[in-house]
Design a protein around this ligand. Sequence first.
Ligand code: PBG
Ligand code: ZN
Length: 321
Amino acid sequence: MKRFRRLRMQDELRNSIKENHLLKSDLITPIFVIEGENIKNATDAMPDLYRYSLDRLEEELTELRDRGLFKILLFGVPDHKDARGTMAYAAEGIVQTAIKQIKAFDARFYIITDICLCQYTDHGHCGILDDLGEVVNDESAKLMAAIALSHVHAGADMVAPSDMMDGRIAAIRERLDAEGFTYIPILSYSLKYCSNYYGPFRAIADSKPQFGSRDHYQMDYHNSRQALEIANEDLAQGADLIMVKPAMLYLDIVKTIRQSISAPVVVYNVSGEYALLLKGIEQGLVNEAIVYETMIGFKRAGADLIITYFSKWLVDKNLVS
Ligand code: PBG
Ligand code: ZN
């Protein structure tokens, strides 16, 4: 019999042979900016996650900077919505304006922007629709390229398309390259499942589809066999980093991808995962170290970076190095 407990018995040794660690630099924090003035409001499901109007955004940026959290994922909540989501690629749109403001406040912020139409369309779908109400692929992919370009023009450091149109990575890469932005990386939401865990996000981003669901374009959670093929296709089209979303139930996908590609893998610990964990802690069902264990689970499965609403919380609880 081998005595495995020999390596576990003393803190000094056990602590020095941990295979995985959680660092501040692993974390990406989502930020929501909303049109209007003097707004800092939240939604029921995520009471401590705020949407900021631009005149109050510095409050959030200061909190992040004080904690040494500099990587952000930016989402916009526009006033005006229409069939083609025109405010998503307007030069003076909410996200484009926010990017400039954030960079002016502190250029150390590394700004990743979510590229999608669902917050900006009146029907709430991630692309534009044909007469039958089906999301049109190729034309929507072209609009993603227009959104990406407008963000990069404003100063975004990385773009992250979440729409799930086929060919969007190539469309974005070509457009950015043609405009001279050859060094802007693309983080593809490659493995984005059609998940019930996005509920709280859709409330805070005001991006719920007005009819139907996203199952014609997001992945079917019954499946895993296509995952590697999709990741490879995105890499071939020019993606630099590959995302798996949601995170907690999808570690099988993370591991498969990690073992087969060399690009960095990013997980998105989504709104429903966050809300459930936080409510469980608040109600005393589980203790707060559960969040750290969850993050380590992501790392153990092979994630390089973690997008999470818990980033400030992890720093405040001293759960991150
Ligand atoms: C937009 C988008 C969504 C999320 C990120 N970008 C929602 C969706 O696809 O409906 C979900 C994030 C979360 O739940 O935290 N396409
Ligand atoms: Zn969308």
